[in-house]
Each structure stands twice: as C-alpha cells, then as structure tokens.
Write a protein that binds this ligand. Structure first.
Ligand SMILES: C[S@@+](CC[C@H](N)C(=O)[O-])C[C@H]1O[C@@H](n2cnc3c(N)ncnc32)[C@H](O)[C@@H]1O
Length: 202
C-alpha cells in the first residue's frame, strides 16, 4: 500500500471548457488550493485564484513526483478536463499514490455534452480514445463493427479525416457520424454526416 500523504491530492474535473459547466463543489476546492496544477487552458479559467500555478504539458510524468512532494505540506489541486474518470491524468496520479491519498471531484465529460447536443443516450455507447494514441485506429474499427454506437475522442493527428478514410476503406459507409467540436466554447460546432458522404474529408 502507498505511504499516507499529509494532504490528499484533489483531482478536480473541470468540464468541457466553459466555466458554466464547472460544479460549485469543484470551484470550492480550486479556491482553497495552495497549489494548482493543470493545462494552460484550464489554469486560465482561474486568474483570480492565488495558489501557485504549475502548467501541465508534456512534462506530465516528472510532474507527478513534484505533485507528491508538494502535497506533503500543501493543498494540491490537479485540474483535468471533463471528468477525471474518463481518459484523464487522474489514473496516473491514483496509480502512483493510491486512492487513499486522493480525492476525486467529478466533472461533466465532453462525451456527456456531445450526447446531450445530439439528443442521444450514452448508456448504450462504447468509448474509444485516440487522444495522444498511436495505432489505435484498428481498435476503433473493431469497435465500430461490434457496436451500434461508438464515441471517439480525437486529437490533431487522429482526426476526422483519418477516421473517415479508414471507415470508407473498411466499407462502413452506411454508418452515421456526428462531429462535435469545441463543445461549450464560442467556436462550438456540431455536424452530422453519412460516412458515404465523407469523401470530401479525404
Ligand atoms: C485527454 S482527453 C480528456 C477527456 C475528458 N476527461 C472528458 O471527460 O471529456 C481530451 C479529449 O477530450 C475531448 N474533448 C475535451 N474537451 C472537449 C470539448 N470541449 N469539445 C470536444 N471535445 C472535447 C477531445 O477529444 C480531447 O482530445
């Protein structure tokens, strides 16, 4: 079992990006923090919070050691986008220090918002993340063949163009695809296509 830390590390889900989707409970934790750790985008949501701020980027592995040592004497709050339980940095922290040294504050996930925006249920969906992942397209195709509804997290490299091309190549042209971008933000865009009409994404 992991050694007990003096202060629990609080991992706070900040929702999909707009402040209106951050819960009051999450805000309370953030306001009480001595040290706030998160992406540049998430830290920018809290300019008035006086905690020391540490930017999380590609340094996420060495930063865990820092987070652990900070939490010995200070209230450390780690900000993650959406919900901590859904493809987030939370798993790395919990695996490292043990759940007894963490408090997890849930947030609204980008997928919850996406399903709400298109008016579909997500209880019957299957989830795949291509975010920061290499060679996961085959897994996605397998899931699409096995399930009626698949929600996919993309990133700049694993993008819609790439996915559309692969779906077409696999003959999955009768499926519908919803593209939900920048949810809750000013540039939010939600589009629906038949895979067969996605040649233009090639
Ligand atoms: C590291 S994952 C984190 C997922 C997060 N824990 C959640 O519950 O939404 C980041 C990916 O989530 C998706 N995402 C996060 N915020 C989003 C938003 N506002 N609109 C659309 N997709 C979003 C994108 O696919 C992004 O690459």
């Amino acid at each position: 079992m992991a050694k007990k830390l003096i202060n629990k590390i609080t991992i706070v889900g900040c929702g999909p990006g707009s402040k209106k989707y951050i819960t009051g409970h999450a805000v309370q934790h953030i306001k009480n923090a001595d040290a706030l750790i998160g992406s540049r985008r998430l830290l920018a949501l809290f300019p008035d919070v006086e905690a020391d701020k540490y930017t999380l980027n590609k340094n996420y592995k060495p930063l865990i050691t820092r987070i652990v040592s900070l939490s010995k004497h200070r209230k450390v709050v780690v900000l993650v986008s959406g919900d901590p339980g859904f493809f987030s940095y939370a798993k790395l922290i919990i695996d490292k220090v043990g759940i007894e040294n963490c408090e997890v504050v849930p947030g609204i996930s980008s997928v919850q918002l996406a399903f709400a925006a298109i008016g579909k249920t997500w209880s019957d969906a299957c989830f795949v993340s291509l975010h920061g992942q290499k060679d996961r397209l085959s897994t996605l195709i397998k899931k699409v063949k096995e399930h009626k509804k698949v929600a996919v997290l993309t990133d700049n490299s694993n993008n819609v163009k790439l996915i559309a091309k692969r779906l077409l190549d696999e003959g999955l042209k009768d499926r519908k695809i919803y593209i939900c971008e920048d949810l809750s933000l000013n540039k939010e865009r939600i589009r629906k296509f038949d895979v067969s009409s996605m040649q233009k994404f090639r």
